[in-house]
Design a protein around this ligand. Sequence first.
Ligand SMILES: *[C@@H]1O[C@H](CO)[C@@H](O)[C@H](O)[C@H]1NC(C)=O
Ligand SMILES: *[C@@H]1O[C@H](CO)[C@@H](O)[C@H](O)[C@H]1NC(C)=O
Ligand SMILES: *[C@@H]1O[C@H](CO)[C@@H](O)[C@H](O)[C@H]1NC(C)=O
Ligand SMILES: *[C@@H]1O[C@H](CO)[C@@H](O)[C@H](O)[C@H]1NC(C)=O
Ligand SMILES: *[C@@H]1O[C@H](CO)[C@@H](O)[C@H](O)[C@H]1NC(C)=O
Ligand SMILES: *[C@@H]1O[C@H](CO)[C@@H](O)[C@H](O)[C@H]1NC(C)=O
Ligand SMILES: *[C@@H]1O[C@H](CO)[C@@H](O)[C@H](O)[C@H]1NC(C)=O
Length: 482
Amino acid sequence: MDFVAVFLVGLLLFPLSAIAQSYQNVSLGSSLTTSDVTTFWPSPSGEFAFGFQRIGNGSGFLLAIWFNKITEKTIVWSANKNSLAPDGSKVQLSTNGRLVLTDPNGRKMWARPRAIAELAYGAMLDNGNFVLATSSSATAWQSFNKPTDTILRGQVLNLDNSLVSSFSDTNSSIGRFKFILQTDGNLVLYKVNYPAVDVTDAYWVTSSVGSGYQVIFNQSGYIFLQAKNGTLLNSIFSNGENPGTQSMYHRAILEYDGVFRHYVYPKTSSGMQMEWSTLYYVPENICLAISQDIGGGACGFNSLCSVVDRRPRCDCPLGYMLNDPNDKLGSCRRNFSEQDCNRESIEVEAFTFQEINNTNWPDSDYESYGGVSEDWCKQNCLSDCFCVVAIYSGNNICWKKRYPLSNGRKDPTVVGKALIKIRKDNSTMGSSTCQKRKKKNQSTLVISGSVLLASSIFMNLIALLYVFKFKGKKPKKIVVVP
Ligand SMILES: *[C@@H]1O[C@H](CO)[C@@H](O)[C@H](O)[C@H]1NC(C)=O
Ligand SMILES: *[C@@H]1O[C@H](CO)[C@@H](O)[C@H](O)[C@H]1NC(C)=O
Ligand SMILES: *[C@@H]1O[C@H](CO)[C@@H](O)[C@H](O)[C@H]1NC(C)=O
Ligand SMILES: *[C@@H]1O[C@H](CO)[C@@H](O)[C@H](O)[C@H]1NC(C)=O
Ligand SMILES: *[C@@H]1O[C@H](CO)[C@@H](O)[C@H](O)[C@H]1NC(C)=O
Ligand SMILES: *[C@@H]1O[C@H](CO)[C@@H](O)[C@H](O)[C@H]1NC(C)=O
Ligand SMILES: *[C@@H]1O[C@H](CO)[C@@H](O)[C@H](O)[C@H]1NC(C)=O
C-alpha cells in the first residue's frame, strides 16, 4: 500500500519552477506558535500568509492560509476545521520531512505529507498555494490539492474533489453543504446531514455525467467546468463579463448558507468600497432549490427560508423559537404547549392564526380539502389537534400540515397563504393539566418512538437507494387537485 502511495506521489511530482511563482523558502526546523500570531509565513508579495488565526473570541486557533493585505484576514484554507488548536499549539516543518501541528502537550493534531518525505523546504506562494517541496524542487504536498471551502485563481478541482461549507459564519466546523465534482463527471451541490454523510439531496447540478473533468478558476477570474478535451461544459458563473482580474482579489467559496459565491475585493481603494462583494452565485434561490424528502430543507424544521438582499435567511414563525439559539440555520420549535387532543373542542378557543402570504411548507401535508372557504379552512384546522399549519391556496384548497414542518419558504412566487396555528395566551403554558398530560403520554411516546425509528430506518434505506440512482432532480410542485 505504502509502496503504491509513494509510487503515485512520485508520478504527480512536478518541478516547482513550472508554477512560475517566486517564493521565499520556509526552511526545515522552522516553526510558528499560537502565542505569537503576528509571526507567520508570508508569500513574497505579502498577499497571502500561512500561520495561526484565532477563531471567534474563543480560545481555539486554525492553522490556516489567509488574504493578508486586507483588514478582514479572510481565511481561504485550514488544516484543522473540526478541532481547533488550543492556545500553546505549534506548527513545525520538521527536519524529518513533515509539516506537523502539535497541541501544548506535544500531541500530533495534523501532519502532511501523510508519509515522511524528503522535504527540503516549504513555501507560501503568491497565488495562495502553500507547498512542501523536495530538494529537486518537486511538490510533495500542496494546499491547492486539498481545498476546504474556498478556491482561488489558478486552482483546479479534479474528479472527486469537493468543497465543504463551514457550520456558520463564526463556527468553522464542517457544515451542511457540499460542492463536489463527482467521479461520474457531474458537478453537484448537496445538502449533507452530518454525520450521516450518505443521506444527501442535490439542489444544483450541471448534468455532466460522463463528460465533466475539471473545475477551473483561471487567471482571468472565470470559473467553469470543462471536459477532458478542453471543451467548455458549464460556465458556472455564466455571465460573460470580465471580472477585472489585476485590480481585484478573487475567491469562490461554498458558504455556510449553502450558496457558492464568487467574491472580489479591490486591491486599492480607487473610490471603491474596501470589502468583499459578490460577483456571482449559485443557486439563484436556495430556499426554492432545496426540497428534501427527508430533512428540514434549506433551513431547519419549522423554519421559513426567504431571500433578502440576495441572501437566504431563516426565520422562526411567530410563536416559535430557535431550538439551538446558536444555530440560526437550524430548526425552530413551538414556544407554546400544543393543542390537547383530549380537549380538542374546548381548546379551539385557545388558538388563533398568524397569517403570512406567499408562504408554504411543501411536503408536510396530511390532508386537503377542495372547494372550501378560507374561514372553513381555519375552523377545520382549529378543531383538529393534528393541524399545526393550514395553507389556503388561491383556488379554494385547504392543505393541512403536520409537525415538524419541512422545506419552509416565503417567496413572491409561492402560491398560497400560511395560516400558522398559535396559542393565544402563552400563560397557559406549563399549566397543571398540561403537566399531567405529559406524564400520561410518556408510554405512548415510547411506542410511537420505536415505530418512528423503524420507519425512519426504512426511509433512510429508500433515501440511500435514491441517492445512488440520482441523476438530476427537478424542484417539486404542489399538486393542485381541482
Ligand atoms: C529554496 O531551497 C531550495 C532547496 O534548498 C533551493 O534549491 C532553492 O534555491 C531555494 N529557493 C530560494 C528562493 O531560496
Ligand atoms: C464574544 O462572545 C460573546 C458570547 O458569544 C459575545 O456576546 C461577544 O460580543 C463576543 N465578543 C467579541 C469581541 O466578539
Ligand atoms: C460548531 O458546530 C459544531 C456542530 O454543530 C458543534 O459541535 C461545535 O460545538 C460548535 N463549535 C463552537 C465553538 O460553537
Ligand atoms: C469533447 O468532449 C465533449 C464531452 O465529452 C464532447 O461532447 C465533444 O464532442 C468533444 N469535442 C471534441 C472536439 O472532441
Ligand atoms: C479564462 O477563461 C475565459 C473563459 O473561458 C477565457 O476567455 C480566458 O481567455 C481564460 N483566461 C486564461 C488566462 O486562460
Ligand atoms: C396578503 O395578500 C392579500 C391579498 O393580496 C392582502 O390584501 C393582504 O394585505 C396581505 N397580507 C399581508 C399580511 O401582507
Ligand atoms: C416564549 O414564550 C415566553 C412566554 O410567553 C416568552 O416570554 C418568550 O419571550 C418567548 N420566547 C420566544 C423566543 O419567543
